[in-house]
Design a protein around this ligand. Structure first.
Ligand code: AMP
Ligand code: GLY
Length: 428
């Protein structure tokens, strides 16, 4: 079996490496991938994720069995529709179904119309009406750009001035690209977690839960990023809560999509908040999370590629979980990220010192004279798996602390929320 993975970051490295583990897989190709993947025997295809026509032509020429889409941009461009129309198997949602992520208004309408728990909201197209609404509303409020905004279009406004500035930035100043709508939401409180489901042709498989850390610095300070670290499974999500998410949120969402004429296929990533009233949807993404995927892949069996094949062939499919040992990973980022950042740092001291019980998933890396160098904001992720999260976190941090790379940084508190709890439990 030959597989094409679209994307070039740590998420795609984790997916491609996992697919390579199946005895039924001959070769995995990644477009564009990154040089850090070469050590796993993954072949790189020099095409960007938005070159939909070229990717299709390449997949046909190379006789790829199926394609897995990592990031959202090609989904929003309709890559799944294009591949399917040409008879190529591809795992992901159609352009219309990907609106669950590409339009917050579409997602909110679907949720509310179907009684699926989420924050109350209003949407607006013009500044004056939105301003009149927030002037009467109670704070805090969450203001969101409707369309894709590279993870930046969400402002939690504690007061009217912040809310008005956010509305003007989104609707009038085009600070988040050209946005035609804004969503104003009730602010929910509680711990967040991510829930991933694999869906195709009416079949659904759910993965263990994961938790991302989106802010750049310790104690959730600093700007929002793509994600600075993650762990799985999430201890506060017990079997009862997990089932509640399936039956009150994921299944009704998939049924609603089907009923609306947009049957879902691909990965459904439900971002949730555990509020005092139970779990509520914060957002949907129509693809795997980065960096959650780097963690989740270590929990799955070697036959993950076979699971995707079964789903794409509309066969009974199963997901093999390895023993449920927790996994945790910390992202090494370039100084300055998520704003303009340092580049060109030699990563070999860290790479060469990597012990067998740590795995490295590469993202923003380049190659120079046979060495890996830093080239992107999120450079790599160091991941370990073990019997308990405290011990796994110690393992990862010992490795990163002992092998410092100049002009890089990482958070020191990944998993902190649950780790400090388990430390307290051990003391008592
Ligand atoms: P989103 O891009 O919709 O995932 O939002 C980014 C982050 O903003 C989420 O991970 C939450 O931490 C926060 N957020 C979004 N919506 C809400 C909400 N209604 N209440 C509280 N926090 C929110
Ligand atoms: N980890 C957050 C995301 O992939 O959107």
């Amino acid at each position: 079996m030959k597989i094409l993975v679209i994307g070039g970051g740590g998420r795609e490295h984790a997916l491609a490496r996992k697919f390579m583990q199946s005895p039924n897989v001959d070769q995995v190709y990644c477009a564009p991938g990154n040089p850090g993947m070469l050590g796993d025997g993954i072949d790189l295809v020099p095409l960007a994720v938005n070159q939909v026509d070229e990717l299709l032509a390449w997949a046909q020429e190379a006789e790829i069995d199926w394609t897995f889409v990592g990031p959202e941009q090609p989904l929003f461009l309709g890559i799944v529709d294009r591949f399917r129309a040409a008879g190529q198997k591809i795992f992901g949602p159609s352009q219309a179904a990907a609106r669950l992520e590409s339009s917050k208004k579409f997602a909110k309408e679907l949720l509310i119309q179907n009684g699926i728990p989420t924050a109350h909201y209003q949407s607006f197209e013009d500044y004056k009406t939105a301003q009149a609404y927030v002037q009467e509303a109670s704070f805090p409020l969450v203001i969101k750009a409707d369309g894709p905004a590279a993870g930046k279009g969400v402002v939690i406004a504690q007061d009217l001035t912040t809310a008005e500035t956010a509305l003007a930035d989104i609707l009038e100043a085009d600070c988040y690209g050209s946005q035609s709508q804004v969503v104003v939401e009730e602010c929910l409180t509680g711990p967040e977690f991510s829930f991933f489901s694999l869906v195709h042709d009416g079949r659904v498989l759910h993965l263990p839960t994961a938790q991302d850390h989106k802010r750049a610095y310790d104690q959730d300070r600093g700007p929002n990023t793509g994600g600075m670290g993650a762990y799985a499974p999430v201890p506060f999500v017990d079997e009862g809560l997990y089932q509640e998410v399936v039956t009150t949120i994921v299944e009704p969402t998939l049924q609603a999509m089907e009923a609306a004429g947009y049957p879902y296929s691909g990965v459904l990533y439900t971002g949730l908040m555990l509020t005092a009233e139970g779990p509520k949807v914060i957002e949907f993404n129509t693809r795997f999370g980065d960096p959650e995927t780097q963690i989740l892949m270590s929990l799955l069996g070697d036959d993950f590629a076979d699971t995707i094949s079964q789903l794409l062939d509309s066969q009974p499919a199963q997901l093999t979980l390895k023993e449920n040992r927790p996994s945790l990973g910390v992202v090494l980022a370039a100084e300055g990220y998520p704003n303009p950042y340092a580049k060109g740092m030699d990563l070999s001291p860290l790479v060469n010192a990597c012990p067998a019980d740590i795995s490295l998933l590469y993202a923003g890396v380049g190659e120079k004279s046979g060495r890996l160098i830093a080239q992107g904001g999120r450079i790599l992720m160091a991941v370990a798996q073990g019997d308990d999260l405290v011990q796994v976190a110690q393992q990862v941090y010992a490795y990163l602390d002992q092998n410092p790379i100049p002009q890089t940084f990482y958070r020191h508190d990944i998993g902190g929320q649950v780790i400090s709890h388990s430390k307290e439990e051990k003391v008592s």
